[in-house]
Design a protein around this ligand. Structure first.
Ligand SMILES: Nc1ncnc2c1ncn2[C@@H]1O[C@H](COP(=O)(O)OP(=O)(O)O)[C@@H](O)[C@H]1O
Ligand SMILES: [Mg+2]
Length: 341
C-alpha cells in the first residue's frame, strides 16, 4: 500500500505525480494496523495518531535546557530543525522559546511571527539591553511556544557588538534575567561563527548540530567543534555537543545511510536514532508561516520531528530511548537501512 499521509493537510498538494518522500515512508510503516487501508483513511488516522501522540506529554527537564542549533554551513536544516523541534516539544507539553539569531529571520517567518524592521527584536536585546520579555511573542496556533524574532537590523549587530562591553555574553545575560518559566530555549544560529554564534554558545549548555545527509557532510564541522572547545575553555565550562540530528535523509539512496554511518562512527551516542526524512511538506510549511506540525500533522516530517523531540526529552532526564517503540511513521535508521537493501 502506498501510504499518502499528505492528504490530511490543510492544503492540497501542488506537486503532481509521485512524491519523493513517500518512498521513505513505506519502509518505516512495515506493520500498519489493520484498520483503514485507503490512502485517505490512513492519512486521517495518522494525523489523529500524531496529534494524540503530541498530547501525551513527556518528562520536563529540572531546569531550562538551552540548546544552540549551530552549523556554520547554510542550508543544512538549522532553522527547520529549530522551529519544528520547538513546536514538537511544545506539543508534547513543554514551554519553549525560540530565539532567532539569524538576520534572515527565517525562524521568525516560519513561526508566523511579524518581524519587519520596527518590531522589537533580539537586536534590541543584544545591542540596547532591552529585556527579553519585551520582544518575546507567543506563536499563533501552538500553545506554550514563544519566539524572540530577528529583524534585518541584526545584520549590523555582528559589527556593533565588537565595541560593546561583555560582547560575548549579552544574550546569556538577557536569558538569565528572563523570568518566565521555560522548559527549553532553542537558539537558531546564522551560518557563520561570528559574535552572534559566540553569544549563543555562551548562553547555552547544549549544542545541537543538524547534519545534512550529503557528501562533505562532516566537512567544516572541525571548525565548529574547535569553537565549541574554545568557548568551553574560556567562557562557558558547561558547553558540550549534546545532540546530532541527521536531516534531509533520503531513504532511497545508499549515500544517505553511508553518511549516517560515518556521522555515527564519528560522534557516537550524540547522534539521535531518529533522523529527519527529506519531505516536501517540511519545505512547504514555512511559506504558510507554519511549522510542519500544524501544516500537516500526519506527514512523515511531522512525525519525525515529534519523535526526535521525544528522544531529546527522554535523554535529558536520563531515560534510554527505545527505537523499537518509535512511532511507526517516524524515520529511524534501522527501518531506512532495511528499506534500501
Ligand atoms: N527535511 C527536509 N526536507 C525537505 N526540505 C528541507 C528539509 N529540511 C530543510 N529543508 C529545506 O532546506 C532548505 C534549508 O533549510 P534551513 O532549515 O533553512 O537550513 P539552514 O537554517 O541551516 O540554512 C530550506 O529551503 C528548507 O525548507
Ligand atoms: Mg537558517
Amino acid at each position: 500500500m502506498r501510504s499518502d499521509a499528505n492528504i490530511a493537510g490543510p492544503m492540497t498538494d501542488p506537486v503532481p505525480g509521485p512524491r519523493t518522500e513517500s518512498m521513505g515512508e513505506d519502509v518505516s510503516r512495515e506493520t500498519p494496523p489493520p484498520m483503514d487501508d485507503t490512502p485517505i483513511g490512513r492519512a486521517a488516522q495518522l494525523a489523529v495518531e500524531a496529534l494524540g501522540r503530541a498530547g501525551e506529554g513527556l518528562p520536563r527537564p529540572d531546569q531550562t535546557r538551552v540548546m544552540v542549533v549551530a552549523n556554520q554551513k547554510g542550508g543544512v536544516g538549522k532553522t527547520t530543525t529549530t522551529v519544528n523541534l520547538a513546536a514538537s516539544l511544545a506539543l508534547h507539553g513543554g514551554r519553549v522559546l525560540v530565539v532567532d539569531l539569524d538576520p534572515q529571520g527565517n525562524a521568525s517567518t516560519a513561526l508566523g511571527i511579524d518581524h519587519h524592521a520596527e518590531v522589537p527584536s533580539i537586536y534590541d536585546v543584544l545591542i540596547d539591553s532591552k529585556p527579553l520579555s519585551e520582544v518575546v511573542q507567543p506563536v499563533p496556533d501552538v500553545e506554550g511556544l514563544f519566539c524572540a524574532p530577528a529583524t534585518i537590523d541584526l545584520a549590523g549587530a555582528e559589527i556593533e557588538l565588537v565595541s560593546l562591553v561583555a560582547r560575548e555574553s549579552r544574550l546569556e545575560r538577557a536569558i538569565q534575567a528572563y523570568e518566565q518559566p521555560l522548559d527549553y530555549i532553542l537558539i537558531d544560529c546564522p551560518p557563520s561563527l561570528g559574535l552572534l554564534t559566540v553569544n549563543a554558545l555562551v548562553a547555552g549548555a547544549e549544542v545541537l548540530i543538524p547534519i545534512q545527509c550529503e557528501y562533505y557532510a562532516l566537512e567544516g564541522l572541525g571548525q565548529l567543534l574547535r569553537n565549541v572547545d574554545l568557548v568551553r575553555g574560556h567562557l562557558n565550562p558547561n558547553l558540550h555537543v549534546s545532540t546530532i540530528l541527521l536531516t534531509m535523509y533520503d531513504g532511497r539512496t545508499r549515500l544517505a545511510s553511508q553518511v549516517a554511518d560515518e556521522v555515527r562512527s564519528h560522534f557516537g551516542d550524540e547522534v539521535l536514532r531518529t533522523s529527519i526524512p527529506r519531505s516536501v511538506r517540511i519545505s512547504e510549511a514555512p511559506s504558510y508561516g507554519q511549522t510542519v506540525l500544524t501544516y500537516d500533522p500526519g506527514s512523515s516530517g511531522a512525525l519525525s520531528y515529534l519523535e526526535a523531540a521525544r528522544e531529546i526529552a527522554l535523554r535529558g532526564v536520563g531515560v534510554a530511548y527505545d527505537a523499537q517503540h518509535a512511532h511507526m511513521g517516524a524515520h529511524n535508521e534501522q527501518s531506512m537501512v532495511e528499506g534500501i537493501q
